[in-house]
Ligand binder design. Structure first.
Ligand code: GLC
Length: 421
């Protein structure tokens, strides 16, 4: 027995610690980016101290699409190796059967959560996962460069393109050959689904599957949005953006080589971190509108904690999930990683407002996000999303027109839907 376990066993025997008589070792899996791992480790260390149990972090690749593939392998093999899974906000309807119902265990704390975050994790009355943090993207911009070129923060995508081009050209001429106008998540994966949904919704083109399950993506507004995005490639965005995920875009922007970036909230703490070359030069605004009569659209992101049905230590795992989602953990996460909390009260915490003003500022955007159609497409969501991002990626790559690709997408989605989602 390790010394620490001996001490805890001793304390427990003496009635001094509430830890279990038999300490267990748990595994938690998550796809860490930015400072996620650092904060999670610190939180796990605290829980270990309180309980005498230990927790191992299993790290995943950055792409949520890759994580999904790996999770499905473990879950379909009913593996007991992983106790706690961090799930993407869209996965509950597809993976519900593999997780413990958290309803009973969280009855006493549910009213502290933003109601929509819990609702999104309910599948047929079962609470599949407890929301850890949410996300709504921002348009990150270089305040110093907008000032230098006397340009306002763009309100429409057309304005964004114009400004990006002016500053990119000007900066390249002045010697920064690597300057890019705009970077985003253009690789063929779930991140592109999030980006493209925003473009299309901002033009009034709807969603790839509507909330009622119907399919109307083959429309002129959606085509206009995709044509606009395709016009960025090789002009204000590098060709390489077609392989960018979140961290690729952040890398370019944080090095000082992009005027604008679309990214999630986590990037804020990093681009303003002490070691960031653009610290103090970055502003955030809502994503641009489709046109003067369009709107700004932000896709809902976020991650949840779920306990595997195949875990041999479900009680301890549930306790850990509650601990990681408690006020102290969420506050720490908000301050260190600028991850928006799922507990309403943390938005009003004065320390959070002081250290991360982005969090309270972003509350209205988070409240008005656009959900991906995972509830509508149910078990077929990932396939539907993959058809969508493929059509978008082809269009951005110059492989077929937006109109043709959307027509094909519409037909494929209808085939996938069949008689019912
Ligand atoms: C972020 C979001 C997640 C989304 C992913 C796409 O991690 O929180 O919901 O699926 O980005 O890349």
């Amino acid at each position: 027995m390790k010394l620490r376990k001996l001490i805890y066993a001793g304390l427990a025997a003496a009635g001094l610690a509430a830890g279990p008589a038999h300490a267990v070792e748990l595994s938690i899996v998550h796809g860490a980016i930015g400072k996620d791992n650092e904060v999670l480790r610190a939180e796990l260390d605290r829980w270990e101290k309180q309980t005498g149990n230990t927790v191992k972090i299993v790290s995943m690749p950055e792409s949520t699409t890759d994580q999904f593939g790996q999770y499905k392998l473990w879950l379909s093999a009913k593996s007991s190796d992983i106790d706690v899974y961090r799930l993407d906000v869209v996965w509950a309807p597809q993976l519900a059967d593999h997780f413990v119902d958290l309803n009973e265990a969280t009855k006493d704390i549910q009213d502290q959560f933003i109601p929509s975050t819990l609702k999104g994790q309910m599948v047929d009355g079962k609470l599949v996962a407890l929301p850890m943090f949410i996300g709504a993207p921002a348009l990150y911009y270089r305040e110093d460069l907008l000032k230098k070129y006397d340009r306002p923060v763009p309100k429409t995508w057309a304005e964004m393109k114009e400004t990006a081009q002016i500053i990119q050209d000007g900066e390249r001429e002045a010697g920064n050959k690597d300057m890019q106008g705009f970077v985003f998540q253009g690789a063929a994966y779930e991140g592109l689904t999030c980006n493209a949904m925003e473009w299309i919704a901002s033009y009034g083109g709807g969603n790839f599957v509507e909330p009622d399950g119907s399919i109307d993506i083959n429309n002129a507004k959606a085509a206009e949005a995709l044509n606009m995005a395709a016009s960025w490639i090789g002009t204000i965005a590098p060709e390489g953006v077609l392989n960018y995920k979140e961290e690729d875009a952040r890398g370019v922007f944080q090095s000082g080589d992009a005027v604008f970036m679309r990214n999630w909230n986590y990037a804020y703490a990093l681009v303003n971190g002490d070691d960031s070359p653009v610290k103090g030069k970055v502003g955030v605004s809502e994503l641009p509108k489709g046109g003067e009569d369009g709107k700004s659209a932000a896709t809902l992101g976020g991650w949840e904690l779920a306990v595997s049905k195949y875990s041999k230590h479900q009680q301890e795992a549930i306790d850990l999930v509650k601990f990681l989602d408690n006020y102290e953990s969420q506050k720490e996460r908000a301050i260190v990683t600028s991850r928006p909390p799922t507990l309403t009260a943390v938005y009003n915490d004065p320390d959070v407002a002081k250290e991360q003003p982005f969090i309270p500022l972003w509350k209205p955007v988070l409240d008005g996000t656009l959900a991906r159609p995972s509830a509508a497409a149910k078990r077929k969501y990932n396939e539907a999303s993959s058809l969508f991002w493929t059509a978008v990626h082809n269009t951005l790559s110059g492989d077929g027109s937006a109109e043709d690709n959307l027509a094909m997408l519409g037909a494929k989605l209808k085939r996938l839907q069949g008689d019912a989602w």
